[in-house]
Design a protein around this ligand. Structure first.
Ligand SMILES: NC(=O)c1ccc[n+]([C@@H]2O[C@H](COP(=O)([O-])OP(=O)(O)OC[C@H]3O[C@@H](n4cnc5c(N)ncnc54)[C@H](O)[C@@H]3O)[C@@H](O)[C@H]2O)c1
Length: 278
């Protein structure tokens, strides 16, 4: 989708990190904005940071793990703007720790937000986009962790591998339906955003992995050391949308680890540990 001006962008996870930077870039591209997040204060800050107070914007409180919240988001989007052209299924959280100490509460929380949040976004928006006709584009935020399998992050990796394969299937299905809806899957490596602190937003009463603090500290160190900023990732993402790119990998170095994983599979080897050193 090359021409963005005047079109409607819907961004989940718009209160922080990539979502906030995408909102700023889409506003600079003269798009109308629908911002969605469960963090209302953070969304208000995003609105304040937009390049002009005159950007048409709708901010909706939304928990992406709840299908009815995405349905409400779509209804409010069409009520306000009559269309949606660019959907960023971006909201996400991270929990780290070994597979066997990750609690069932954590498995449910992470999969409900990171994977089912994307599913709910697609189920509420794609049928309406198909009915509206014309060009549209869906960007699902996965992660480099959706393409490789670093140790200590199985729940996060499962959710993000799910988002990658879901995006590939969606791409094929939309081509078969001869629709003009494009798809991209965003797979960044570590970037310094709020993600390393998502532990603090756990649903009340959620049993935590006893090792999660130690692993969360490693994630915090790794994100702090990230070479690209959230603004860089947002810029590369929008360039990818304009260029019609499917896989958007802002960190090129990750391709070596992906290649190693693919060779392990094709050559019947045990998996090579490509976990980045914090
Ligand atoms: N920062 C990284 O290193 C990195 C790397 C790869 C992928 N990602 C992915 O990028 C996406 C954006 O994360 P970020 O790095 O900008 O982190 P962030 O914490 O800065 O932003 C995530 C946003 O999602 C929102 N959110 C969390 N749970 C939600 C829910 N249930 N409903 C609605 N909103 C919810 C948060 O309130 C927050 O505003 C996530 O999907 C994350 O997994 C991040």
């Amino acid at each position: 989708m090359q021409e963005l001006a005047g079109k409607v962008a819907v961004i989940t996870g718009a209160a922080s990190g990539f979502g906030r930077e995408l909102a700023i870039l889409c506003a600079e591209a003269d798009m109308k904005l629908v911002l969605a997040d469960r963090n209302e204060a953070g969304m208000a800050t995003t609105v304040e940071m937009l390049p002009s107070p005159h950007v048409p914007v709708l901010a909706v409180t939304c928990d992406v793990s709840r299908p009815q919240d995405l349905e409400n988001l779509a209804e409010r989007t069409w009520e306000k703007f009559g269309a949606a052209h660019l959907l960023f299924n971006n909201a996400g959280i991270a929990v780290a720790g070994p597979t066997w100490t990750t609690t069932l509460d954590e498995w449910k929380w992470v999969l409900d937000v990171n994977l089912m949040g994307v599913v709910h976004g697609i189920r509420s928006f794609v049928p309406r986009m198909l009915a509206q006709g014309g060009e549209a584009h869906v960007v699902n935020t996965a992660s480099a962790a959706g393409l490789v399998s670093p140790k200590g992050s199985s729940v996060y990796c499962v959710s993000k591998h799910g988002v990658v394969t879901l995006s590939e299937c969606l791409y094929h299905e939309l081509r078969e339906a001869e629709s003009s809806i494009g798809v991209s899957v965003l797979c960044p490596a570590f970037v310094d955003t709020g993600i390393a602190h998502s532990d603090q937003t756990r649903p009340e009463g959620t049993a935590a992995n006893p090792l999660s603090q130690r692993y969360a500290e490693q994630v915090r160190r790794a994100t702090k050391a990230g070479k690209l900023s959230a603004a860089d990732v947002a810029r590369i993402t929008l360039e990818g949308v304009r260029a019609g790119r499917f896989y958007i990998l802002p960190h090129k170095a990750i391709k070596r680890a992906i290649e190693t994983r693919m060779q392990d599979i094709l050559e019947d080897r045990v998996p090579t540990d490509t976990t980045p050193r914090p």
